[in-house]
Write a new protein. Structure first.
Length: 816
RNA sequence: GCCGGGAUGGCGGAACUGGUAGACGCGCCGGAUUCAAAAUCCGGUUUCCGAGAGGAAGUGGGGGUUCGAUUCCCCCUCCCGGCACCA
């Protein structure tokens, strides 16, 4: 009887070995092929949750697999340490955010160590450290010099009771989470980074990124939302300034029956001065949060302003409305409405009794009733005077030409993408390095004065940033003129830190520059793994930041992440694990009970990585059972003593069959891990091979040799997923060198050959029988054998055979 | 509302390029071992009909293409992620 599987012992020993041997610390070796394997770094919330364990394990499997391919693998880890939860904890428990954060990092670091990830901890990055954020402050000042950042008014959620800005998350059903007061939209000056300056490049490069999932690329394309349209101006009766709108459908221009402006638009403000009803309506419009989802789902409301625009082609008067679905911060704050050919305009017109005019007819000449059903497709113009009969492109150009010739409009490219607002009215973030001087305006902090260090010893109250109450922080002298000035108290959006940390891992200790030559070796990231919830914002900001760093001469790399794997969430009872729902499973407990390998194995086995994973306690036990069977199978074999050399040509049929299974499995798992990232099927294939070994009962010399080959293969191939148990089993099999430095097994093509193959026989597509045929049989011979099958004959009977389809190696379909 | 994804046995999932639907695991049922239990091992397990051989149905719903559809096309339902201040 072999020694029982004791995960706590096995795992401790393996981890000790890796630590002593510094197995995962890597240098920049130009003679080796590098592989940079990265996971989206965690926010140090306090404890590791199952979602973390899942991503980190996926990434670790990839890192260890690539290492076995002979690559020089870097897998670092760090902390996305700024953010709201630290402030919330500070309010709740009176602990400064910094203290809370550092404590959490220490706690989570211990948990990570217990899971046996192949991290190079010498490169740890913590974003709330001044030596980290000084460089994004520095880059911000460079961007300032280049005009890539600017300040403008922008909408925030304002809590009128707590007198503070709220995050969208802190607005619940339109009310402040702490005060319960109705939230208002309010405009305040904020700093922006010009992401739109890179819109075309960010869009075009997506076509040359084969390593990213199509779904993510599509989402980014749609998010950037490049459109070609026309900007045109409508005169407004009694106003000097014309009203400018942008449209991608100038072909529908003759169908404009009203126009709408935002509640904050000057025309609305002016109308409100003389009309209290409009004033009340505008008041109502402002009482909502700033999230786009809210805006798009709320009831579309509007009021006529009592003024008219002049249709630029017909000279007809078009009524102007104020509407809650038009936002001042999008485009010009005004839209032209074509209810006949736009869904939202149609519904609004129906509700408010605005006329609906058909100006586009289906290209196929079919009849439509525009009063009953909106028609949004492109077609042929009607009721449009001299443009009648034109198709979309012709009409687009004719109308665009007309406006350009008359100077009343122009062709223009528009993006849905907006510039990135990086200001946050919060304490726990990197200070924006700007000083306000009455004479010089906004002045960037000079390089020598960086970093602007965030004071860490503070009391957080929940009503505004404590920085505002710290004269020693706020009161400074102007770097330009030396007069008294004030420091910016807003901090950066935490997405700023996460937009470049991946590059900093290459040179975390560089104090002379943001990046140094080591970044040239390691970047771009070869494999990036993280939650699909980051498909747009984080990934787009990182792609933007990488280009800003490139154009600053810090790197030659444009795209930060060559291959991307977006993993699904961990669910329990069909819902995301959360404290509120009380369905949280603590990884720590499971690791203590079953060991890290069991938890890692279950994570890999239970679902494909991109899909959500349903938690199952029984499933974890199943994984544990498998590891015990695996352990016993290898240990029993090893204890039976030495094994003679395998002689390929001296095997009997049973031995050949097991050897075939071994090499089929190597081929399959190599493909699963190397090409498909299909970890669940890789585990299943390993289980099948172990099952086959357990059924294999042949203690002869060659029998044991074949068995050893199978077991060694499984130990090697399971090692990325369950590295500790494999480390122990590898040495149990008599190896002097450690598994962590072994190479991936290769498969022997000749072992896969078969003399006879089984084909499925269908009659009219339905399975009716099976035939065994020689591997090299001709189609005619296969056909004859198939038709000779008794059950096949029953279904063919005397019906004429119309066709026989032979799919080589798979099936025969007889069509009667 | 818009963008992206998903739906397959009692459950998690497999079927990769249009070719045997249900691999592997869980659960359950039966058996072995045990004084008993746990653990372990062996066998069975989509549903329905049938003693069996075998047959019929079946991949969220409805239609289509095809010799053949979980896979491709059209329409729909429900669930999940994102929507720019959660990270």
């Amino acid at each position: 009887m072999s020694t029982p599987y004791k995960p706590e012992v096995v795992e401790q020993e393996a981890q000790q070995y890796w630590e002593d041997a510094r197995s995962f610390e890597v240098d920049e070796d130009p003679n080796k092929e590098k592989f940079y394997c990265l996971t989206m770094f965690p926010y140090p919330s306090g404890k590791l949750h199952m979602g973390h364990v899942r991503v980190f394990t996926i990434s670790d499997v990839i890192a260890r697999y690539q290492r076995m391919q002979g690559k020089h693998v870097l897998q670092p880890m760090g902390w996305d340490a700024f953010g709201m939860p630290a402030e919330n904890a500070a309010i709740k428990h009176g602990v400064p955010p910094a203290e809370w954060t550092y404590k959490n990092i220490a706690e989570m670091r211990g948990q990570l160590d217990r899971l046996g990830y192949a991290y190079d901890w010498s490169r740890e990055v913590t974003t709330c450290r001044p030596e980290y954020y000084r460089w994004e402050q520095w880059l911000f000042t460079k961007m300032f010099e280049k005009g890539l950042v600017y300040r403008k008014n922008s909408v925030v959620n304002w809590d009128p009771v707590d007198q503070t800005v709220l995050a969208n998350e802190q607005v619940i059903d339109g009310r402040g989470w702490r005060s319960d007061a109705l939230v208002e939209r309010r405009e305040i000056p904020q700093w922006f980074m010009k992401t739109t300056a890179y819109a075309d490049e960010l869009l075009d490069e997506l076509d040359r990124m084969p390593g990213w999932p199509d779904s993510v690329k599509t989402m980014q394309r749609n998010w950037i939302g490049r459109s070609e349209g026309v900007e045109l101006s409508f005169d407004v009766k009694g106003e000097e300034e014309p009203l400018t709108v942008y449209t991608t459908r100038p072909d529908t221009l003759l169908g404009v029956t009203y126009m709408a402006v935002a509640a904050e638009h000057p025309l609305a403000t002016k109308a409100a001065e003389i009309n209290p009803e409009i004033a009340a309506f505008i008041e109502e419009c402002v009482q909502t949060d700033a999230a786009e989802a809210t805006l798009e789902t709320m009831e579309k409301k509007g009021m006529p302003l009592g003024i008219s625009a002049i249709h630029p082609l017909t000279g007809d008067e078009v009524p102007l409305w104020v509407a809650n679905f038009v936002l001042m911060s999008y485009g010009t704050g005004a839209v032209m409405a074509v209810p006949g050919h736009d869904e939202r305009d149609w519904e609004f017109a129906k509700k408010h009794g605005v006329p609906i005019k058909q100006v586009i007819a289906p290209a196929d000449g079919s009849d439509i009733d525009i009063q009953e059903q909106v028609f949004v497709e492109k077609g042929v113009l009607v009721n449009s005077g001299k443009y009648d009969g034109m198709d979309y492109d012709t009409a687009f150009n004719a109308i665009a030409d007309h406006f350009e010739e008359t100077g009343r409009g122009r062709r223009t490219v528009n993006y849905r993408l907006r510039d990135w607002g990086v200001s946050r009215q919060r304490y726990w973030g990197a200070p924006i390095p700007i000083i306000y001087c009455d004479d010089c305006g906004a002045v960037p902090v000079p390089e020598d004065d960086l970093p602007v260090v965030l004071p860490e010893d503070v009391t957080v109250t929940g009503t505004g940033s404590p920085l505002k109450d710290m004269p020693e922080f706020v009161n400074v002298t102007c770097p330009k003129c030396g007069k008294d000035a004030r420091r910016e108290t807003d901090t950066f959006d935490t997405f700023v830190e996460s937009s470049w940390y991946f590059a900093r891992y290459a040179c975390p200790d560089s104090d002379k520059a943001m990046l140094d030559e080591r970044a040239a070796y390691w970047t771009p990231v070869d494999q990036y793994t993280g939650g699909v919830e980051h498909a747009i914002l984080h990934l787009l900001y990182s792609r933007f930041f990488q280009r800003v760093m490139r154009d600053e001469g810090l790197t030659d790399v444009s795209e930060p992440f060559t291959n991307l794997l977006t993993q699904g969430m961990v669910l329990k009872d069909g819902a995301k694990m959360s404290k509120n729902k009380g369905n949280v499973v603590d990884p720590q407990e499971l690791i203590e009970r079953y060991g890290a390998d069991t938890v890692r194995l279950f994570m890999m086995f239970a679902a494909p990585p991109e899909q959500s994973l349903e938690w199952s306690d029984e499933g974890v036990q199943g994984s544990y059972r498998f590891l015990k069977r695996f352990w016993t199978a290898v240990a029993d074999h090893a204890e039976a003593g030495a094994v003679e050399a395998l002689q390929k040509d001296a095997l009997d049929d049973g031995q050949k069959a097991l050897r075939r299974k071994t090499h089929q499995t190597i081929a399959k798992i190599s493909d699963d891990l190397g090409r498909r990232s299909s970890f669940n099927t890789a585990v299943a294939a390993s289980m099948e091979l172990i099952n086959a070994v357990n059924k294999f009962d042949d203690a002869s010399g060659q029998g044991r040799a074949v068995e050893r080959e199978a077991l060694e293969s499984v130990v090697l191939m399971m090692s990325p997923m369950t590295p500790h148990i494999c480390h122990a089993l590898w040495s149990a099999l008599g190896h002097e060198t450690a598994l962590v430095d072994e190479r991936w097994p290769t498969f022997d093509e000749s072992a896969l050959e078969l003399d006879m193959i089984e084909l499925v026989v269908q009659v009219n597509g339905k399975l009716r029988g099976r035939v065994s045929v020689p591997a090299d049989a001709s189609n005619d011979a296969i056909e004859e054998l198939a038709l000779g099958d008794d059950n096949v004959q029953r279904f063919v009977e005397d019906k004429p055979v119309r066709k026989v389809i032979v799919v080589p190696g798979r099936l025969v379909n007889v069509v009667v």
